[in-house]
Design a protein around this ligand. Structure first.
Ligand SMILES: C[S@@+](CC[C@H](N)C(=O)[O-])C[C@H]1O[C@@H](n2cnc3c(N)ncnc32)[C@H](O)[C@@H]1O
Length: 217
């Protein structure tokens, strides 16, 4: 069977169904409107170039062999250029590297860190965010709850509902990452669940959202 081209893989995985599964274009669009985001870092990105549709400079880091060639694919680059939502030409850096030891970009130099389905990036790559920097994170690999129990981060939004609307009301936000009994998750709970798949987690939050936004303190 022929392998999908990088562009076909991107479109079929990330742009076919806004608001469902992995199509997070509404989230990135709201972020680009609400915040000044010039530089974003996306460790464990695979071929998800969605951020480059909304932010002019994005750095992708993935340990997968061949990832640098995939990002250089002319059809993929043309697609980004034709569909981007900002005036400048996209600046894209792609590194084949383990994000835990990645050091090719300066620390504290990114406005946004993206962590989607690829491990505890909130911890391994926190050094790349300055104070006030933003972390966009989902909880499929427990990284959102890991950020919640980290005093370096504070939750400032959740993206909810079919349209992934940005919810910022403090009253709403305080109920995420609390158990059904209303107690907040702890680091011990997150650590003890980390080796389990999310469906087998012992400490399940009563209320969840597909994606969350934290600010580094
Ligand atoms: C499940 S995919 C998620 C891809 C994309 N973020 C998404 O949400 O669709 C996880 C990706 O993270 C990468 N990855 C996992 N651990 C990594 C590490 N320590 N350093 C770099 N890349 C890693 C894998 O190679 C893979 O491409």
């Amino acid at each position: 069977m022929r392998q999908k081209t990088p562009l076909v893989a991107f479109i079929s995985n990330y742009t076919n169904n806004p608001g469902c599964g992995r199509d997070l274009r509404p989230v990135f669009q709201q972020l680009s409107r609400r915040f000044q985001i010039q530089r974003a870092l996306y460790p464990g990105s695979w071929l998800d170039v969605t951020p480059s549709l909304f932010f002019p400079e994005v750095c992708y880091v993935d340990s997968l062999s061949g990832i640098v060639d995939s990002f250089a694919d002319p059809d993929l680059r043309r697609h980004l250029n034709d569909n981007k939502h900002y005036p400048d030409a996209p600046t894209i850096h792609c590194y084949q590297h383990d994000y835990r030891t990645f050091n090719a970009e300066p620390e504290a130099s990114f406005d946004l860190l993206i962590s989607l389905n690829a491990g505890f990036i909130s911890q391994a790559c926190e050094r790349f965010l300055p104070p006030e920097g933003l972390l966009l994170v989902n909880d499929e690999h427990y990284d959102a709850r890991r950020a919640f129990v980290d005093p370096d981060y504070i939750i400032i939004a959740a993206f909810t509902g079919e349209n992934l609307r940005m919810e910022t009301s403090q009253a709403e936000l305080t109920s995420f990452f609390h158990t059904t009994k209303g107690t907040p998750l702890t680091l011990e709970m997150v650590d003890s669940d980390a080796p389990r798949s999310p469906s087998r987690a012992r400490f399940k939050p009563a209320k969840t959202a597909p994606v969350y936004l934290f600010r580094k303190q």
